[in-house]
Design a protein around this ligand. Structure first.
Ligand code: PMM
Length: 291
């Protein structure tokens, strides 16, 4: 297997760490809520991210920001399906960001080719069997509970070891539920039931995930740990979300350097450049690390 051969059956090979561009069709996501609520604008934004270098577009209809309240399934379908369909019809590789089996199934039926479930199959008891039935890759992200109370659930003695163990257990459950092991993607879930220090420790420890033998997706984009790092020295105010993209690109390249398979970002241009730099360095070093 070459350095960048895609380990997921049916997905294209990339010549570097993949870039997953985010389209949140929501009024309330923490950094871009309301911007892409109109399906035509969301579709145009997805195509713009592809033109900027994204390899996959992740379409989500429900905010998972800390404290977020859940929406109905009907509302989520109404937001997500036209955008997934439109992008897929334009030949875009689409991932659907949902915790609901009905949304995942409907999205795959209109062309989504990855299911990205931030709960790793735990929020909806039907998700694993539906994911298994679709046969598409399934993201098992580290998750300890719904966004409304996730900040209370951060508590680790050894965050890297415990998060990996919990994801490994969830991977086993997902595979027992019928998902092909070769279709599992893992994700440490930065910001989900994590303190800022936990996020830094996890980002520093991405290399350890090679032990799981699965492609690792990393979502650092615009998250609180970056906002706190870049806080205004005079006021202590966190850096506004939309001014965290240079830091996101740096964090993403550093994840790529530790073997991340793909990074999930709002602003694609800087991160694509950053992971290209990482790939060039890797090539110059003559390394052939598998993703
Ligand atoms: N983060 C968010 C949403 N979905 N999916 C995966 N796989 N990994 C993540 O880290 C992740 C995710 C929250 O960010 P957003 O609300 O800006 O999309």
């Amino acid at each position: 297997m070459s350095a960048y051969e895609n380990p997921l059956p049916g997905l294209p090979d990339w010549d570097r760490c993949g870039v997953m561009g985010i389209v949140n069709v929501t009024p309330d996501s923490f950094s871009d809520g309301g911007l892409w609520l109109d399906p035509d604008r969301a579709l145009a934004h997805g195509l713009e991210l592809i033109a900027q270098g994204a390899d996959v577009i992740d379409v989500g209809g429900e905010s998972t920001r800390p404290g977020a309240v859940r929406i109905t399934c009907e509302e989520e379908l109404r937001r997500v399906i036209p955008v997934v369909r439109g992008l897929a019809e334009d030949g875009v590789l689409v991932s659907v960001d949902t915790m609901r089996a009905d949304v995942a199934e409907a999205a795959v039926n209109v062309g989504a080719r990855i299911i990205n479930d931030v709960s790793g199959g735990r929020a909806d008891p039907r998700m694993v069997s539906v994911a298994a039935g679709t046969g598409v890759p399934f993201v098992v992200m580290h998750w300890r509970g719904q966004s409304a109370r996730m900040d209370e659930l951060a508590g680790y003695a050894d965050v890297v070891g415990e998060v990996m163990e919990e994801v490994e257990r969830e991977m086993d459950a997902v595979v027992s539920g019928g998902v092909d092991p070769s279709q599992v993607i893992v994700d440490p879930g930065l910001g989900f039931a994590k303190t800022r220090d936990n996020d830094w420790a996890l980002l520093a420890g991405i290399g350890a995930w090679a032990r799981l033998g699965r492609p690792v997706l990393v979502g650092a984009s615009r998250k609180r740990f970056l906002g706190t790092l870049l806080a205004d020295p005079a006021t202590g105010e966190p850096r506004p979300t939309r001014a965290r993209d240079a830091a996101t690109a740096a964090a993403s390249a550093l994840a790529a350097a530790q073997g991340a398979w793909a990074v999930r970002v709002h602003e694609v241009t800087a991160t694509t450049d950053a992971v290209r730099v990482e790939a060039a360095l890797r090539k110059a070093r003559g390394r052939t690390t598998k993703r």
